[in-house]
Design a protein around this ligand. Structure first.
Ligand code: PHE
Length: 420
């Protein structure tokens, strides 16, 4: 595996590393950039538009009826990121190949939902959580290991949900209000959790969907084409994803659902409450709204980029104009794997992180070009194409070759491969 750090120092706090540690210095360097709070950053503009939509939707006697948390630390425990959200111990989203672990118990949050339980526990019922999240993934124009999410919870008590209909109930009579811990809440019915009445579940579903379609129309206009897709999340049931039709493709923009009752029960005293939750990605929305072609541009500190979003009215239509397009440069890298590794056991996400660590932000894309097993020696070989492009100037071939060599050296050191 790639070299990792013996102990991790973040914001002056020291974390002991262990066999789970895979966070790299490069990743740690992204902490605290807070793009979602930077003036003129498109992510910040989209964030404000979403928060404003919430203010307009939910106000009580002139006061916002919800709170906004946009400065929570991205360093969370596995309890916060997974256990509290009923994510099973063997769930694939916990894999080392998908997350940035600081050690076995601590990671860079993989979603903003990681804060849901603690905020519920502190007594909140309506709130937004906004911030940077970290996931190991492939490298291309729409994926970056850090991105930003807005997550929300909206809870309602019986009296708020069923205004003027005191006969309706949130919970089925079989649900034990006095000792909710003793109730096994099944999700076998695709329409609702077994503890909820159909009236409550359907009313919440309707509110959730119209609330989110309203937001989508505020952002993209009345004519936006959208569709709901059934989904699964361990922490909601039922669950859906919203897709919008953008540039001849369906694009997923958010996940949502009715919060599993177990989570509300564990988090605190609130009884007779039902809640919905959703999480949406800011990058996807900003890229679509402003026609930003490459996700790395969000990280640009170049004035040619940022001034295009300067003093932009929140609802003003802005189309990003490429400052200029510098040429790409593609170099291939082929290597033989050592005998203990095969094409299938080689961890491509480890490789992508290593490439990014050494190459930095001039890495535009890494593509698997070819795999091959030698008929005689049975040795496995992989070939990757690495696409280099600087967003703000032309790279020379000599410069690219130099970086490419350094990556080759790092790959040889980390995996004992033999460059072909
Ligand atoms: N956390 C989910 C994700 O990152 C999104 C989500 C949030 C889904 C809240 C349902 C409820 O994909």
């Amino acid at each position: 595996a790639p070299k990792s750090v013996a102990s991790v120092q973040i914001n002056g706090k020291k974390f002991e590393s262990d066999d789970y540690t895979n966070v790299t210095p490069k990743m740690i360097s992204y902490l605290g950039r807070n793009l979602h709070l930077q003036k003129n950053n498109p992510l910040s503009i989209v964030r404000q538009r979403i928060v404003n939509y919430f203010y307009a939707s939910f106000t009580k006697r002139g006061h916002p009826a919800f709170s906004v948390y946009d400065n929570l630390s991205p360093i969370v425990t596995t309890k916060q990121n997974f256990d509290d959200l009923l994510i099973p111990a063997d769930h694939p989203s916990r894999a080392k190949s998908d997350c940035y672990y600081i050690n076995r118990g601590t990671l860079l949050r993989a979603h903003m939902t990681a804060h849901q339980s603690e905020l519920l526990r502190s007594g909140l019922d309506n709130f937004l959580m906004i911030g940077d999240v970290y996931r190991r993934d492939e490298i291309d124009s729409t994926h970056f290991p850090v991105f930003h999410q807005v997550d929300a919870v909206r809870s309602q008590r019986k009296e708020e949900l069923f205004v003027g209909k005191p006969d309706l109930e949130i919970f089925e009579p079989s649900y034990i209000q006095s000792n909710p811990h003793a109730y096994i809440n099944s999700i076998d019915d695709p329409m609702k959790q077994s503890c909820h009445t159909l009236e409550a579940a359907k009313l919440m579903e309707g509110q959730l969907k119209s609330h989110l379609i309203g937001l989508t129309k505020v952002l993209f206009g009345e004519d936006i084409k959208y569709r709901w897709v059934d989904a699964y999340f361990p922490f909601t049931h039922p669950s859906w994803e919203l897709e919008i039709y953008y540039e001849n493709k369906w694009m997923e923009v958010l996940g949502c659902g009715i919060v599993r009752n177990e989570i509300l029960v564990h988090a605190g005293p609130s009884t007779n409450t039902i809640a919905y939750a959703f999480g949406l990605g800011l990058e996807r929305l900003a890229m679509a709204l402003y026609k930003i072609p490459d996700i790395r541009l969000m990280w640009s500190t170049d004035s040619g980029f940022l001034t295009q979003f300067e003093n932009v009215g929140l609802n003003e239509a802005v189309t990003y104009k490429p400052v200029s397009s510098y040429p790409q440069c593609t170099n291939d890298m082929s290597f033989w794997l050592p005998s203990h590794l095969t094409i299938d056991t080689f961890m491509s996400n480890d490789f992508y992180d290593l490439v990014r660590d050494v190459g930095g932000d001039i890495i535009e894309q890494v593509k698997l070009k070819d795999k091959f097993v030698h008929p005689k020696s049975k040795k496995h070989s992989l070939c990757y194409s690495i696409v280099y492009r600087h967003l703000e100037r032309t790279l020379t071939q000599a410069e690219v070759n130099q970086v490419h060599k350094e990556i080759e050296k790092a790959v040889v050191d980390a995996y004992n491969v033999v460059i072909r």
